[in-house]
Ligand binder design. Structure first.
Ligand code: FEO
Length: 397
């Protein structure tokens, strides 16, 4: 396992997780990477580590360019275990002189790893001399954890951003200009939609703050995916666009079905949306993954949810996706709800409350069908689709 050279003094010493397909409930169809970086300054410095089981891979890559014992400084930009899991073993093997993290990082790492090594807290504006270069720190609270922090290598002009500006994308090609946009763009968007979306207001404020600080890095080096060297502004601009959540004439109909009735309703609603001029996507939770629904929702203005009734509740697959979407706090949504039942319409009508919890403005009352939808239900479904389409059009004016 070899390190990959980034600049004269900076090396990538991370790990590639080619076959991970579930990252705490997020479908990672193209795997991921855990990026760690080694700076061969006078005081050799390691930025972040990797997931615990990839510790041997990281150490082998480090050993390909330097005796790990020569590392003097370790920086932990983020305490989630995909970056800190290997920290205790790394510290035991390397015995660094100093370990740095944010204030919240110290609290998190203490609670997770119960470390027996001392760590020093740094905050925004603090600088450390690493011998021949300087690292300054920028706290990035809630992007996406309270402890998140950026490290800026001043002379090399590289910003190490941990999760931010990354994506779950396993690649042996380390730089943006070596990877095809048609392959990575969806993964970058998916990452934003599933990890960063709830913190969009913070993203916008943070981008503004970083701009005012005058930072204009020649490279952005995140902890997942590849390094942005050809055009770091590309991912920054994408973040600004995604964070703004500008309305688009697009709606999702997210549903599941038991015996086909709710699916028929979904199709009638989609027809209403189409007739209203709105792009529509039907996503059945029988076959779609929650994290792909979240990705589709990122640029949607409409969300219509539908479920049959099972055991006096909504369908389990719908409960799953609605719980997930609630946490992502997508803004500016209009929509509605629908569903079929046999003898208890209550759970379908309770979807009105779910819309409220999701922050969705209902464009029309809930539509329900006792068993198979008849013509009047079909018309009510089309009317629901049209009403959502009209509300979206009003927002786009
Ligand atoms: Fe890649 Fe928040 O961990």
């Amino acid at each position: 396992m070899q390190a990959i050279q980034v600049t004269d003094k900076v090396y990538w010493v991370g790990a590639i997780d080619w076959n991970i397909r579930d990252f705490h409930g997020y479908s990672t169809n193209r795997g991921t990477t855990y990026n760690a970086y080694l700076i061969l300054s006078d005081k050799p410095t390691l930025i972040d580590t990797v997931k615990k089981e990839f510790y041997p891979e990281m150490m082998a890559r480090i050993a390909s360019v330097i005796d790990p014992k020569k590392i003097e400084i370790i920086i932990s930009n983020h305490s989630e275990m995909d970056h800190s899991g290997a920290l205790p073993e790394a510290v035991a093997a390397i015995e660094p002189k100093e370990i740095y993290c944010s204030d919240m990082g110290l609290k998190d790492l203490s609670a997770q790893l119960h470390p027996k090594f001392p760590m020093k807290v740094v905050k925004t504006g603090d600088k450390i001399d690493i011998g021949g270069d300087t690292i300054s720190f920028v706290e990035a609270r809630m992007l996406h954890w309270p402890d998140s922090m950026f490290s800026y290598l001043e002379k090399e002009n590289i910003l190490f951003t941990n999760d931010v500006f990354g994506m779950h994308y396993a690649t042996s090609r380390l730089f943006d200009d070596e990877n095809e946009e048609r392959l990575w763009l969806y993964e970058a968007e998916k990452y934003y939609a599933n990890i960063v979306l709830p913190y969009s207001d913070i993203v916008l404020r943070f981008l503004d703050t970083v701009q005012k600080m005058g930072l204009s890095p020649k490279m952005i080096a995140p902890d997942h995916g590849f390094i942005w060297r050809k055009d770091p502004s590309k991912i920054v601009n994408l973040y600004a666009k995604w964070a703004a959540q500008a309305p688009k004439n697009k709606a999702l109909v997210v549903y599941d079905t038991m015996w086909g009735s709710t699916q028929k309703m979904a199709q009638y609603i989609a027809e209403g949306l189409r007739l209203g001029g709105t792009e529509v996507k039907l996503l059945s939770m029988h076959s779609c993954h929650r994290s792909d629904v979240a990705t589709e929702l990122l640029d949607s203005s409409g969300l219509i949810i539908g479920s049959p009734v099972l055991n006096s509740g909504i369908f389990p697959s719908m409960a799953d996706v609605l719980c997930y979407l609630k946490g992502l706090k997508k803004k500016h949504l209009v929509g509605g709800a629908f569903g079929s039942y046999g003898w208890n319409p209550g759970p379908v009508h309770a979807l009105a409350n779910t819309l409220t919890e999701l922050g969705v403005e209902a464009a029309a009352p809930v539509v329900s069908s006792k068993f198979v939808p008849d013509d009047s239900v079909a018309q009510a479904c089309k009317a629901l689709g049209l009403a959502v389409s009209q509300k979206i059009a009003e927002k786009l004016k």
